[in-house]
Design a protein around this ligand. Sequence first.
Ligand SMILES: [Zn+2]
Length: 476
Amino acid sequence: MARIFVLAGEDSVAARADAGRVMAVETELARAQLTRVARRDPKAVDHQMPMAALHTLAPNIDWPAYFHDIGLTAAVARVNVDEPAFLQRVSALVAARPVEDWRAYLRYHALSSAAPWLSFAFVNENFAFSSRFSGAKKLLPRWKRCLRATDGEMGEALGQAYVARTFPPEARAKAKSVIDDIRAAFKERLMHLAWMSDSTRAHALDKLAKMGEKVGYPDTWRDYSKLQVADGPFVLNVRNADRFEWNRIVNRPGQAADRTEWDITVPTVNAYYDPSKNEMVFPAGALVPQTFDPKADAAANYGSLGGSWAGHELTHGFDDEGRHYDAQGNLRDWWTAADSRAFDKQARLDAQQYDGYIQVDTFHVNGQLTLGENIADYGGALTAYDALEHALQRDGRPGLINGFTPEQRFFIAFAQSFRAHTRPEELRLRVTVDPHSPDRWRVNGPLSNMQAFAKAFGCKPGDPMVRPRDLVPNIW
Ligand SMILES: [Zn+2]
């Protein structure tokens, strides 16, 4: 931090003092926040109130000036404050800490967010700081940084070019057909769940039927014609793009939610489930080999796209967080008390399973922090395996490939879809902040719970990849 201040023109004594101020403010703010585990409860971060109540909650912040300066002109009557106690604490800190602390804090954040787009000295210093936490040995090549910046700032413009080259309509149709099979398999599992009552089941089936999906790319692309891109300092183009995006969204309060919008860009290798829209989204960047290949063996596609992607995202609608939202995406309890208790009991088994895994060194995985992702990984694997078995019955059973049966190929593809290399520094950071378990356990966790896996590879009770039946959670 001090080095960034020096690069911005401070002498080393002032820079060191300012870095100390930033650390002190950051530490206070971090202490005032809920833990990541506490934030997993959607009710813990849902506090709707009239706009005027902000003044009572945090009187030392000039709210009208704040909203004016960020460009809010829409008439807003109500707000939702994630963490009221945090806002109260910020207000108290504003009064308690000298203005020099806040100046240093804001200056540092302005500098560090611009640093990747400034001169080499800033770029390298920024990298030196972040690599302490990621373990990265060298800066990404310039072309990759440019590509990422373009994707981040004008992703839907880049996405159109990306789709034209990589994702033909046949691939989209084929991916959708795998996702359809996953939906059908999950529905089947829901109908036969022994622990769930018929009344909760009816709501769950309704939620599944109403779950939306977006596959590949948006039907209408974002219009960037008003975004100014000019020759000159790169950082100014980044700032223009950030401003363009802010202006696009700042006056949305009061308008109907735009259900056509995508929260990630098309070339992204990721997917998500949005509980407040009850929809799952799979961009074209995720629907390419290692995840999905329309020409590949069906068993492999069910293992990767079906299991670790589609089945995973679908199950998020019913994990420890997602289950609190209804078919319309509203936070509303549709569970009977007994079914909620049954779910929690099985979820505790799931948390215990992952608490037992080592993340890195002597750090264990946090089973509560990673609960939703672990439920989704296991539900995804179970559902996709059912879908594979249905498909084999429907379409015929192909022979061995490289000596492997379709079931073995399914599990191999599931495991391969998590291939990654993560450095120990990054794993240490993720112990406390990442809701996903390390990739190794995202594979071995679900598969060691599955009797179908043991059968496919001839594992016996007591083998490392066979978890004793009484310790295996039974959720979806
Ligand atoms: Zn997930």
